[in-house]
Design a protein around this ligand. Sequence first.
Ligand code: NAP
Length: 470
Amino acid sequence: MANQLFDFGLIGLGVMGRNLLLNMADHGFAVIGYNRSPQKVTELENEIVPGTMVKGTSDLKTLVDSLKTPRKITLLVQAGKPVDDVLTELTPLLDKGDIIIDGGNSHYTDTLRRVQYMQEKGFHFMGMGVSGGEEGARRGPSIMPGGDPEAYHHVKPMLEAVSAKVNGEPCVAHLGKGAAGHYVKMVHNGIEYGIMQLISEVYDVLHRGYGINNDELHEIFRQWNDGELQSFLVEITRDIFLKVDDKSGNRLVDMILDKAGSKGTGKWTSQDAMDLGISIPTIDVAVSMRNLSALKQERVNAAGVYPAINKITGVSKEDIIQQAREALFFGTMISYAQGLALLFVASKEYDMEIPLPQVVKIWRGGCIIRSTLLEIFYQAYTGNPRLSNILLDSHIAALVKSRTDNTRKFISSAVLSGIPASALAASLGYFDAYRSAVMPTNLIQAQRDFFGAHTYQRIDEEGIFHSNWQ
Ligand code: NAP
C-alpha cells in the first residue's frame, strides 16, 4: 500500500473537479485527483500552484491507497450512469466507514437510491450541490450538502475553507436529510433558469422592441448592477454586451445562435413541482422557452407565416428602461418565491428538514443566483423560518407592490409589439392569482361536475355536492 499522505480525493478532473481540487489545495489540504483518461491528469498537473500538495493519477487504486482513513472522496462526474459506474468500480477498493460525496448535479431520487446502497455496504454517502461554475469551484463556490451527518462532520472544515464567504461566513451548511443537498441544488438551478429567461426577455424588449443597442444595454445593466438588481447574472450580462467577436468583429452576443441548451435540472424542478402540485410557472416557462428555442428552422418558417414585430412606440426611452428595471426586479422576486415555496413543501413531503434560512444564507455568495435580494430573504426567514412563501413577508410585499404598475406597463408594451415575454407574464399571472382571494375555479368545478359528476364544495355549507346540470 502506498503512503497514506492525502487528506481528500476527487474523481473526475473535468471543469468542476479540477478546479475544486486546486481550491482545496490552496487551503492547505493535501489532495489527490483521479481521471480515467490521462489527458485531464496532465491538465491538472500543469495547473498545480507551487507549494501546494496535489497529485494526479489515472489509476483508481492509487487514489484509494494514497488517502488517509476514513477516506474522503468527492465525485464530480456527469450525473446519471457515470456516477453508478464510478461507484461500482470504487466500492470494492474501499473500507467500511469511508466517505463518498457526489458533488455533481445528480437527480435526488438517484441520490436516495445510492444512499441506501452505500449504507448497506457500510460506507457513508452524501449528495452535495456545488454552484458557481468554473470560477466558483476554483475561488469559492456555494456548497449544498445534505444527508449523512457523520459524513458532513468529517468534511465540514474542508468545505467551509473552500466555499465562498459573505461577511466572513462560509457559503456552506448542512441542508437536511436524505437527498436534501441535491434537491436544493436542483431548485437553485430552476430559479436560475427563471431569472436567465427574465433577463433575456427584458433584453429582447429593449433591444428588438425599442432598438436599444449593445453599448446602451451595457450601460443600463451597469447601472442596474450598481443598484437593487445587483447580482451575478446581471453583472455578467452587463459584460456580455461589450464582448467583441474575434472572427467577425461584431459583438459576440449578436453572433450566437438563438438555441439554448440545458442539462436537465430546470426540467427536473418543473417535473417535481408538478408531482407535488406546486405552482412555479416562471420556471416552467423558462424550461419551455429553451425547448422552443431549439426549433430554430421551424421558428424561421413560422416567422414567414406570421411576420411583423412592431417597434414599441408611445413610451419614452427613460420610461421603458425604468419599467424594464422594475419588471426584472419583480420577476426575479417571483422566481425566487416560486423556488423557495417548492422547497418549503418538498421539505415536508419528502421529510428532508431543509432549513430555508440556511439555504438563502449560503446562496448569498459563490452561486449563480447570488444577489443582494438573498440578504432580504435571509432577514425574512430569520424572522419567520416557517414562512410558506416569501411574498407573505411584509418588507418583501412592499418591494413587490411598488413594482407591479411598471411591470404591467412593460409587459403590455411587449404584448402589443409581439415580443415574447412569457416568463414576465407568467410571473405577473402567478402574482395576480396568488393574491386573489377569489379565483374562477368555481366555474371549473361546475364544468367538472357537469361532464364527469366530479362533485363540488359550496361556499355556504359543508359537504360534497353533485347537481344534475341538464
Ligand atoms: P466535465 O467537465 O464534462 O467533466 C466530467 C468528468 O467526469 C470528466 O473528467 C470525465 O472523465 C468524468 N467521467 C465521466 N464519465 C465517467 C465514468 N463513467 N467514469 C469515470 N469518470 C467519468 O463536467 P463538469 O462540468 O466538471 O461537471 C461535473 C458535474 O458537476 C456534473 O454533474 C455537472 O452537472 C455538475 N456541475 C457543473 C457545473 C459547471 O458549471 N460546469 C456547475 C455545477 C455543477 P473523462 O475525461 O475521462 O471523460
